[in-house]
Design a protein around this ligand. Structure first.
Ligand code: C5J
Length: 202
């Protein structure tokens, strides 16, 4: 589950302060909560990621820092603490989808979940070869992660109702890009299909 963080999703937070419509992301919360409940019941592992940086920004290169609105950059004060800084309230995962004790939480400085993290080792250790990828935003961190995962040999299924973009057009095209050309770097489905499959396995 990619970056379901307060900074991106909470009304009044960083995402909304940039003029984004957070309801486009928040519509993923209910299907994700249902999916996670079924996934946990089936005894399957959930890995959560959070995009963010060290308080001294030493892990945030200028190429990333100097982007976006000049008054609202990573590390600047926001409504929920310093924006995308580890340990701040806004950096953490929204209350509705908090990890359970024992679930992996990967703090990533990049858009992709593999860059500068131990995700590869975690997956290797557990023998996982197929991923269901959810979270936000579809065209940025979800896309980067799925592309990286596919290059590393993982099968990726992206659930359309469990990924979100602030921009409906990017959501639509972002999903099309994954599934085009016979699934060029992944597959796209809806979470009820997964819920049914989990049910059938019982
Ligand atoms: C962005 C993300 N959009 N989690 N981050 O900056 O997609």
């Amino acid at each position: 589950m990619i970056d379901m963080q307060r900074d991106f999703l909470l009304p009044g937070g960083f995402g909304e302060s940039l003029g984004n419509d957070v309801s486009q992301l928040r519509r993923t919360i209910a299907p994700l909560a249902a999916l996670m409940a079924a996934w946990r019941t089936a005894g399957l592992p959930i890995i959560h990621t959070r995009e963010g940086h060290l308080p001294d920004l030493s892990d945030c290169p200028p190429a990333k820092l100097n982007r976006g609105a000049p008054s609202m950059r990573i590390g600047d004060p926001g409504a929920f603490g310093r924006i995308l800084i580890r340990g701040e309230y806004g950096h953490d995962i929204i209350d509705e989808l908090q990890p359970l004790p024992g679930e992996e939480v990967i703090d990533k400085p990049g858009k992709g979940a593999f860059y500068a993290t131990d995700l590869s080792e975690i997956l290797d250790k557990s023998g996982v070869k197929s991923l269901i990828v959810t979270g936000v935003t579809t065209e940025v961190c979800v896309h980067t992660t799925v592309r990286e995962a596919n290059d590393r040999g993982y099968e990726c299924l992206v659930l359309a109702d469990c990924v979100g973009s602030y921009f409906p057009e990017f959501q639509r095209v972002g999903l099309q890009m994954i599934a085009a050309q016979g699934g060029i770097f992944g597959w796209v489905a809806q979470s009820p299909e997964v819920l049914t499959a989990l049910q059938e396995q019982k």
